[in-house]
Design a protein around this ligand. Structure first.
Ligand SMILES: O=C(O)CCC(=O)C(=O)O
Ligand SMILES: [Fe+2]
Length: 354
């Protein structure tokens, strides 16, 4: 996604919206992080942050002959599903976990050496959506677009190779999985392949690179978990997100119409796949891009890895013609990312035409 950098450069973030709290040095929730009585409010304030309802998301076996149909149904009804038999070795998840833990357990001043720049994408920092809220999230992250080498070498001049190799292997595996999943999801929509030249299955030599990013999320244990929010409610921007939740620590919640916030309990070995805004647009609103958030634990350090996959930066996205009027105008991936970086809550409604 190196070629999307300009979209982010056009919306630089102030340094205080990048530097995370030094979590190791606090034993109470500072006012800046206490969301309990803030105007931002937690959108559905009446909903408990913890002990909320749990749901069983559809679990789809990638080897199932009906996988495409099942994915289409899950995307339509839930905006998400879990995948098993995805072919990603458990050892790869463990390697990413061990590198992520090595990084996030460093002292704050060490992690600061890998800080994201105000107009950059790769590096250490709080979530990009931070400027849109008055309160600060109980979260630190490491975003990787392309290679993290320049940032990690600052910290580990001797052993940065290992971190980079593991992240590269994970990005490669996630890219392949994203493309398999997208082929199946788009098939379920009856997409005429020749209309989408960037589709993996139509891939030809010289194909433009898709926009991808890997986000390592860290939610340190919190002395007041009900006062804080790990990641504030948001939808993801690209086509699909593949999320791996480390261990059996609950955290991911999704806002379901009529029910409220529900917990997506981690399932060992499975990944959660969700529809992002661009797939919502392509499906002409048929597949919802769900609002989701992360809550934190009071004793355990939760990690999650989110991989975002989108079309090449200059390709245009628009609803796939399926006989109904288009709900969205077409725009390039770059334009959409720029809009969302400036107005993350209003971007989708700005391009809605009906
Ligand atoms: O940590 C989680 O469960 C959610 C992460 C997420 O939504 C994101 O990185 O966009
Ligand atoms: Fe997300």
């Amino acid at each position: 996604m190196a070629n999307l950098s300009e979209a982010y450069e056009s919306a630089p973030v102030q340094t205080h919206h990048i530097i995370p709290l030094d979590f190791q040095s606090v034993n109470h929730v500072p006012e800046s992080h206490s969301w309990s009585n803030s105007d931002d409010s937690l959108p559905v304030q009446s909903q408990p942050l913890v002990n909320c309802e749990q749901i069983s998301l559809p679990i789809i076996d990638l080897g199932d002959l009906d996988a495409s149909k099942m994915m289409g149904q899950a995307c339509e009804s839930w905006g998400m599903f879990q995948v098993i038999n995805h072919g990603i070795p458990l050892t790869l998840f463990r390697d990413v976990e061990s590198e992520a833990r090595a990084f996030f357990s460093l002292a704050a001043e060490e992690k600061m050496k890998a800080l994201r720049s105000p107009s950059g994408v790769t590096g250490y920092g709080v979530a990009r959506i931070a400027p849109f809220f008055n309160k600060v999230m109980w979260h630190e992250g490491f975003t990787i677009v392309g290679s993290p080498v320049d940032h990690v070498r600052e910290i580990w001049p001797e052993r940065y190779h290992r971190f980079c190799e593991v992240m590269e292997a994970y990005q490669k595996a996630m890219k392949e999985l994203s493309e398999r999943l997208l082929d199946l999801i788009l098939k379920s929509l009856g997409t005429p392949e020749e209309h989408i030249e960037w589709l993996p299955s139509v891939a030809c030599q010289g194909r433009l690179a898709p926009c991808t990013a890997l986000q390592l999320n860290s939610y340190p244990p919190c002395p007041g978990p009900t006062q804080v929010i790990g990641l504030a409610p948001h939808t993801d921007s690209y086509l699909i997100t593949i999320l791996h939740q480390v261990g059996n620590i609950n955290g991911l919640q999704v806002l379901m119409e009529g029910t409220g916030w529900v917990l997506i309990v981690p399932l060992e070995g499975a990944v959660v796949v969700y529809v992002g805004d661009m797939l919502h647009i392509m499906s002409n609103g048929l597949f919802p891009s769900m609002l989701h958030r992360a809550v934190v634990d009071n004793t355990r350090h939760r990690l999650s890895f989110a991989y975002f996959y989108g079309p090449p930066a200059d390709s245009s996205i628009s609803p796939i013609p399926r006989g109904c009027p288009s709900q969205f105008r077409s725009m390039t991936v770059r334009e959409y990312i720029e809009m969302k970086a400036k107005d993350f809550k209003g971007a989708l409604s700005k391009i809605r035409v009906v």
